[in-house]
Write a new protein. Structure first.
Ligand code: COA
Ligand code: MG
Length: 281
């Protein structure tokens, strides 16, 4: 499967928003049973998800369950009886052990872990590289982290994210790549600011993230565009791969007047993987 570029959250107690999300161009929809659904509405939300008719096309379906430590888990996992659900989003994960613990209850269903939402989580980012875990993606969250840390703001005086949150973001990126799973950038909350979203998504794509969480359908197209390699990027990647295929024993080559060696080949192959399905998943 090609990695989703846009992961659109939708509160699972809203039939109207669920319908909109499923008709959107999002690559993945995350039905939320956690923070965006009030405790009194969780049962209604689960009921809606159980009854949702699987579709042949459209976004893949993921469900964000409540944290492992709470008392909602057993009820949340019952929605997995719906065969349309492709994967689980685990909030407030603190280490690879949490993913393994969930997988013991859910089998081989893919898991997307949100990995920077508690203070302790920042010390666990290298622990997700566990071959036995069905981990598919890791993303980071600043909102819950700032609440957990007792911060009055996530921002510096100049308006940028302060160091703690930039650290969390970079650790998520490196931790996901080290685990061999998709690195997914966090939410851009100001859904009316398309220019701000575009700048943030393009910066994330340059750094190595291959997708981004969304909270509003208006964010989907911007995110899809930012994480789609351009025609020039694809042509360049194909040229580099072809050059090494033509000379399999070469370590370094000249392509278009520039030196290319192994890191360039790896990067070119990554670009091509983003538009071509890989076998086996
Ligand atoms: N998925 C699907 N549809 C959505 C949506 C979403 N995430 N967010 C908004 N919409 C729909 C609205 O229902 C509305 O449809 P309507 O005109 O048919 O009623 C339309 O898109 C326009 O919405 P808008 O008026 O701009 O926003 P809003 O004030 O209704 O909602 C939020 C704003 C933030 C409450 C809403 O975007 C939302 O619920 N986002 C997801 C929150 C979430 O899941 N958080 C958890 C992860 S951080
Ligand atoms: Mg949250």
């Amino acid at each position: 499967m090609i990695q989703p570029r846009s992961w659109l959250f939708v509160p699972a107690d809203s039939e109207r928003k669920i319908a909109k999300a499923l008709d959107s161009a999002a690559d993945a929809v995350i039905f939320d049973l956690e923070d965006s659904v009030a405790p009194a509405n969780k049962a209604i939300a689960r009921d809606l998800l159980r009854k949702l008719e699987p579709r042949a096309a459209g976004p893949t379906w993921w469900v964000r369950i409540n944290p492992l430590s709470g008392d909602q888990l057993k009820d949340d996992l019952e929605v997995l009886a719906n065969s349309g659900i492709h994967g689980i989003v685990l909030p407030k994960a603190e280490s690879g052990d949490d993913v393994i613990e969930l997988a013991h209850r859910t089998g081989n269903i893919p898991i997307h872990a949100i990995v920077t939402e508690t203070a302790a989580s920042l010390f666990g980012l290298m622990s997700y590289a566990r071959p036995e875990a069905p981990l598919a993606a890791m993303s980071w969250g600043a909102e819950d982290l700032s609440a957990a840390l007792g911060a009055s703001s996530k921002y510096d005086a100049d308006g940028g994210l302060s160091f703690t949150y930039r650290l969390a973001r970079s650790l998520c990126l490196a931790g996901a790549v080290a685990a061999g799973v998709q690195p997914v950038d966090g939410v851009f909350a100001d859904f009316k600011d398309a220019d701000g979203l575009r700048a943030e998504a393009e910066a994330a794509a340059r750094e190595g993230f291959t997708g981004k969480l969304a909270i509003h359908p208006a964010q989907v197209e911007v995110i899809n565009a930012a994480f789609s390699p351009s025609a020039d990027d694809l042509a360049q990647a194909e040229t580099i791969v072809a050059a090494f295929e033509a000379e399999p024993t070469a370590g370094v080559l000249s392509v278009g007047g520039k030196m290319v060696d192994r890191p360039h080949l790896i990067q070119a192959m990554r670009v091509l993987q983003r538009v071509r399905p890989t076998t086996g998943d």
